[in-house]
Design a protein. Structure first.
Length: 245
């Protein structure tokens, strides 16, 4: 009898472990940890104009779309959110850090607003982000990859669906985005965002002092939490100074 209960306990434990493996990966714990992971994709933040081409080297069936990326803060969680104008596949999306460093989850709402597709993936050694979906409907992107070129002035997003042959992927479209405005984004020099450390393009103020933030999301977060943001910013700059010394 004792052996039976031992066997039963081990069976239940194994089932629980397998269920945990299939569960969605939780976000990195703590706001600072989440901001740190998302900062590696700071280059996304800003406004972009893109041309999507289903066929390589051809303008046939191509379309123009816009993307506006910004930081989003809710309580003690952070994400990068995008609004997509005139997109064929998606209307909005939200990118969050997963538990492991360099891994991310993306929840993308379809262009018709009727569904959401969840993607998971990671950055490779070349800082290319590749995300896969387990539940993508037929005709929708199953794999999405992001890579920057031209020192962050260009963003290439490749959308791929399931291949009709085998288990591979087939190109649906490649969107070549150009960043709106000069000197904005990855690699830029100038004012620093007090929230994320990115390029500060928007001005904010507190107690008569002027500061800069990188997007409307950071602006709203600063206005709601000025004392906390400035304390974190001061601590971050002191840590950077100590590291240099």
């Amino acid at each position: 009898m004792a052996r039976y209960f031992l066997f039963l306990s081990l069976t239940v434990l194994s089932a629980l472990i397998l269920a945990a493996d299939d569960a969605p990966k939780p976000a990195a714990s703590g706001l600072d940890a989440q901001k740190g992971q998302l900062a590696r994709l700071q280059g996304l933040v800003g406004s972009w104009k893109g041309v999507a081409s289903p066929l390589r080297g051809s303008t046939k069936d191509s379309w123009v779309e816009k993307a506006d990326w910004a930081w989003k803060f809710e309580g003690k969680s952070a994400s990068l959110a995008v609004q997509i104008g005139d997109g064929k596949y998606f209307s909005t999306a939200e990118l969050k850090p997963a538990k492991k460093d360099g891994e991310y989850v993306l929840a993308a709402k379809t262009a018709d607003g009727k569904g959401t597709i969840n993607y998971e993936g990671k950055l490779d050694k070349d800082e290319k982000l590749t995300l896969l979906a387990k539940d993508a409907p037929e005709g929708m992107p199953k794999r999405i990859s992001f890579r920057f070129v031209a020192d962050g002035a260009r963003l290439i997003v490749l959308l791929e669906g399931s291949s009709a042959i085998g288990d591979g992927y087939a190109r649906l479209a490649e969107v070549g985005y150009t960043r709106k405005g000069s000197g904005f984004g990855k690699g830029s020099t100038g004012p620093e965002c007090v929230v994320t450390g990115g390029f500060g393009s928007l001005e904010v103020s507190y107690k008569g002092q002027k500061y800069f933030v990188c997007c409307t999301g950071c602006r709203d977060y600063f206005n709601d939490n000025p004392e906390e943001v400035l304390a974190d910013y001061k601590a971050r700059k002191e840590a950077e100074k100590a590291k240099k010394e």
